[in-house]
Design a protein around this ligand. Structure first.
Ligand SMILES: CC(C)(COP(=O)(O)OP(=O)(O)OC[C@H]1O[C@@H](n2cnc3c(N)ncnc32)[C@H](O)[C@@H]1OP(=O)(O)O)[C@@H](O)C(=O)NCCC(=O)NCCS
Length: 189
């Protein structure tokens, strides 16, 4: 097999009413470090805290490699009208199961404007219609009500709680799971 046979297409850009989701560039690293470095963002994710120099650059390189190998696709979330970087959204793909785990975060100044819901809607559409995934699921930490609300608003189904599934900052945390099947997405659109 030649490299061209298995090289995936470049990460596309997706547009919504107010957002442009685009591939990451190394020049996004300082914005990632600043926004992902907030304690409030770390609290909902597994981001290193503090978020140190070089980590964002490494993450971008890792994401490019994961995309090339077909195991992930990540988008920078930007405001469409002035290109401001506000966060990130990713699908971690297991192609033999045709499923992906959805993860996302926004910088604190951009919370509660509906941007998270808008970005998740666009990536569900991309995952089901372009990647032809069968299922997309998203876990969040118990207590992360904003994330749960986003997943409810896009129509994902609450599938249950895995008790003390994670350890975060040295403490066990429950996982709350949401999921959607392609046929359910099709029924909504
Ligand atoms: C989760 C996150 C992306 C949400 O993004 P967002 O753009 O603020 O989400 P939206 O504005 O689309 O929707 C947020 C919803 O949660 C609700 N909400 C926010 N804080 C809440 C709280 N403490 N309790 C209950 N509901 C809350 C909002 O009212 C809104 O619901 P509504 O439209 O019914 O009023 C953002 O909070 C974030 O980045 N958090 C840190 C990282 C993280 O947790 N990522 C998810 C990992 S699974």
């Amino acid at each position: 097999m030649t490299r061209d046979d298995h090289t995936m297409a470049a990460v596309p850009s997706l547009t919504t009413a107010r957002l442009l989701l685009r591939p990451f560039h190394l020049s996004d690293a300082p914005n990632i470090q600043q926004l992902a470095g907030a304690e409030e963002v770390a609290a909902g994710t597994f981001f290193p805290h503090p978020y140190e120099d070089g980590m964002a650059e490494q993450w971008i390189v890792d994401q490019e490699q994961a995309h090339e190998s077909g195991t992930a696709v990540s988008f920078a979330i930007t405001l469409a009208d002035h290109a401001t970087f506000i966060g990130s959204i990713s699908l971690d793909i297991v192609s033999i199961h045709q499923h992906a785990r959805l993860g996302y975060w926004l910088g604190v100044p951009y919370w509660n404007h509906g941007y998270g819901t808008e970005a998740v809607g666009a990536v569900l559409h991309y995952g089901f219609m372009q990647l032809n995934l069968h299922r997309i699921y998203s876990p969040h930490f118990q207590g992360n009500a904003a994330s749960g609300r986003v997943l409810q608003k896009v129509g994902m189904t609450y599938e249950g709680r895995m008790r003390e599934h994670y350890v975060r900052f040295g403490r066990p945390v429950d996982l709350e799971l949401y999921g959607m099947l392609k046929r359910e997405f099709m029924e909504r659109t």
